[in-house]
Write a protein that binds this ligand. Structure first.
Ligand code: SF4
Length: 212
């Protein structure tokens, strides 16, 4: 793994906390099952669109038991506005069956069990663990990956490496909040193509932003 430069981690976290005190997931959900499904749908799809799709989906299939009765062909039209909807419909139908067969229809609260569900990778599992069960976790999505590397909080070249480095550097109790704050920062200021460094509260601490 590439070596980590020394950066004032506490100071960066404090500024992020001050800038985004209310940062939370943008996905609407009422229980772990809904969050799991919404997070699976959010790959290649905006959270806003997912929030427009899920009410209809949950009205037809309110829980794992109901969704387990459905085939992918029945789920597809309900999620067709999301990218990769055929693969997602197949994964959701299979995941719902697995939840019913192995977990009494409930979403498990361990990384190991979540990763066994079709369509669920570390990012989705971390989102569910932290937001549905309050388990400290850092999900590394495209925003977290980009912003953490620009701020030199991480130097890894894969999401798994960045997750490992962030877990080492950030106090455990701050993992979930930092995850949300990095996402908000990536969405609002530190954009992928044209970051607005001129109005970034972290500019003084960011070598990338200062072109160093
Ligand atoms: S200074 Fe620029 S690159 Fe650095 S975190 Fe802020 S917006 Fe992103």
């Amino acid at each position: 793994m590439p070596p980590l430069p020394r950066v004032p981690v506490r100071k960066i976290l404090a500024i992020l906390a001050e800038t985004y005190p209310q940062a939370r997931t943008a996905l609407d959900f009422r229980n772990p099952f809904e969050l799991l499904v919404a997070t699976v749908l959010s790959a290649q799809c905006t959270d806003r669109l997912v929030n427009r799709v899920t009410p209809g989906l949950f009205s037809a299939y309110p829980d794992a038991a109901a969704m387990a009765q459905a085939g992918p062909a029945e789920i597809e039209p309900l999620i067709a506005r999301c990218g990769l909807f055929r693969t997602k419909a197949k994964n959701l139908a299979a995941a719902a069956r697995l939840l019913v067969e192995h977990h009494g229809g409930q979403v498990p609260d361990t990384m190991e069990a979540l990763l066994r569900l079709p369509g669920v990778g570390r990012k989705t599992a971390n989102v569910v663990l932290s937001n549905a069960f309050g388990v400290p976790a850092i999900a590394v999505d495209t925003h977290v990956f980009r912003v953490a590397r620009r701020l030199a909080l991480a130097s890894g070249t894969t999401p798994a490496q960045v997750e490992t480095q962030l877990r080492r550097r950030i106090p455990r109790l701050d993992w979930a909040a930092t995850h949300h704050r990095l996402i908000w920062h990536g969405r609002l200021i530190c954009h992928a193509r044209l970051p607005e460094c001129g109005r970034c509260p972290l500019l003084a601490l960011c070598a990338h932003g200062r072109g160093l």
